[in-house]
Design a protein around this ligand. Structure first.
Ligand SMILES: *[C@@H]1O[C@H](CO)[C@@H](O)[C@H](O)[C@H]1NC(C)=O
Ligand SMILES: *[C@@H]1O[C@H](CO)[C@@H](O)[C@H](O)[C@H]1NC(C)=O
Ligand SMILES: *[C@@H]1O[C@H](CO)[C@@H](O)[C@H](O)[C@H]1NC(C)=O
Length: 430
């Protein structure tokens, strides 16, 4: 274990590299308190051993970087106040260290005390005895293994890391990022409307609402960690339709918050809600613009009370309604109430949906969202089997609702045609 002649050459080379630092170190070495008495000792660390370094007497070059300082593998370090590398006694002397290692763990060049923690994506790691980290084992919403599997699997879409999702568990993603309750059978059994599609009628192979109705199709709002897609998607479709049907005289972005806070009958705000209830509210009560009644926040404290309703409307004759309060927002005064005509259900025939979109504007769709959807970055999304081999807790899904703004098709290398819907011009799914 002591330096062999061959090792000496290596050591000299090493020493050449750290010459400057070592000279400064010599001065500091004599004055600095011992590394270990300061409470830092990397219990499991391999230093002298890793470099096969042990020196007799005093050898200031017989040193290694240690947690932003320097530790030594020479006999001189074995003083009352010691700056030996943690494994000096074990490795160079073959004896147990003169003082017990202070318990702690290393991570990223830092020492953490016992019970110290850090976050590894969505999992908390806690320092245990003997320098051992113990990390939670929750499936994370952004899973680098899943991203790689999707990108290598040629599924027709690209996966990536959405920084807003980093650090969340899959469970939290399903709980906070979706938020549409499955409609009861009374809604699913509603009569379907037929658009009167002629049997020989040919629809374009691609369509985008924002091209037919420039400036009348609104960008999606960000629901953040509010499981209120029921309110966001309904307000989004209604905003576009109000704009289209008024021929651009009104182009409000309708307020999801007005729905979240005020449409409370059988609805749970940022904990989910139903589309039929949202449409009923928009027709009978109406909502103000998002400008007037802005979204109050992305983080919803589940335990805390939901924000109270800050806007009501009352009838003013001829089916019209007016707001009973000012905008909950001091710099906007326009508190017009917007109402919509009754919602109707389309069948699942794609041609019917296309014709409706083409003639009347964006439509709302329910969508079952699976774990891989949170990684979508581009291409034509379809649910992939990449999580099939993993334990069940990696395969989760929840119901979501979205605004569909168009459609298109793409010819694959093998000649097949893939049709897709667009959620706005850039997001596609089969
Ligand atoms: C190292 O230091 C301890 C405590 O001062 C002493 O008992 C021991 O003999 C020293 N070991 C060597 C090899 O010098
Ligand atoms: C994902 O994004 C977050 C936030 O930007 C970043 O901290 C993290 O390192 C990224 N993870 C991967 C695997 O790229
Ligand atoms: C679609 O959405 C993305 C992201 O929100 C946005 O950057 C893009 O401009 C949108 N495109 C259209 C045409 O709405």
């Amino acid at each position: 274990m002591w330096l062999r002649p061959r090792g000496l050459l290596l050591l000299l080379l090493l020493a050449g590299q750290v010459a400057l630092g070592a000279r400064r170190g010599r001065w500091r070495r004599e004055l600095a308190p011992g590394l270990h008495l300061r409470g830092i000792r990397d219990a499991g660390g391999s230093y002298c051993q890793k470099q096969d370094l042990c020196c007799r007497g005093r050898a200031d070059d017989c040193a290694l970087p240690y947690l932003g300082a320097t530790c030594y593998c020479d006999l001189f370090c074995n003083r009352t106040v010691s700056d030996c590398c943690p494994d000096f006694w074990d490795f160079c002397l073959g004896v147990p260290p003169p003082f017990p290692p202070i318990q702690g763990c290393m991570h990223g060049g830092r020492v953490y005390p016992v019970l110290g923690t850090y976050w590894d994506n969505c999992n908390r790691c806690t320092c245990q005895e003997k320098g051992r980290w113990e990390c939670d084992q929750e499936p994370c919403l952004v899973d680098p293994d899943m991203i790689n599997a999707i990108n290598q699997g040629n599924y027709g879409w690209q996966a990536g890391n959405h920084s807003a999702f980093w650090g969340m568990t899959l469970e939290e993603g399903i709980r906070y990022r979706l938020g549409t309750n499955r409609p009861p059978s009374s809604v699913m059994n509603m009569n379907e409307i037929y658009t009167g599609l002629g049997s020989g009628e040919v629809l374009p192979t691609a369509f985008e609402a924002s091209e037919k109705w420039p400036n009348l199709i609104h960008e999606p709002l960000d629901q953040g960690n509010c499981a209120g897609s029921w309110a966001f998607s309904t307000a989004a479709v209604a905003s576009d339709r109000v704009s289209i049907h008024s021929l651009g005289h009104m182009t409000p972005v309708l307020s999801p918050q007005n729905l979240l806070s005020c449409d409370t009958h059988h609805q749970q705000g940022c904990r989910g809600g139903r589309l039929d209830g949202a449409w009923w509210f928009l027709r009978r009560r109406g909502v103000v613009s998002d400008h007037c009644y802005p979204f109050s926040g992305h983080e919803q404290d589940e335990a805390g009370p939901a924000p109270p309703c800050m806007m009501h409307s009352r009838a003013m004759g001829r089916g019209k309604r007016q707001a009973t309060a000012r905008c909950p927002n001091s710099h906007v005064h326009a508190n017009d109430i917007y109402q919509v005509t009754p919602a109707y259900r389309l069948g699942s025939n794609e041609k019917e949906i296309m014709k409706e979109l083409l003639e009347n504007g964006p439509v709302q769709a329910l969508m079952e969202v699976h774990e891989d959807f949170f990684l979508y970055q581009g291409g034509i999304y379809s649910h992939t089997p990449v999580s099939l081999e993993r334990p069940e807790r990696y395969r989760r899904h929840g119901t979501h609702s979205v605004k569909i703004t168009g459609w298109g098709e793409e010819t694959l290398p093998d000649g097949r045609t893939l049709k897709y819907w667009t959620h706005n011009a850039s997001r596609k799914s089969r």
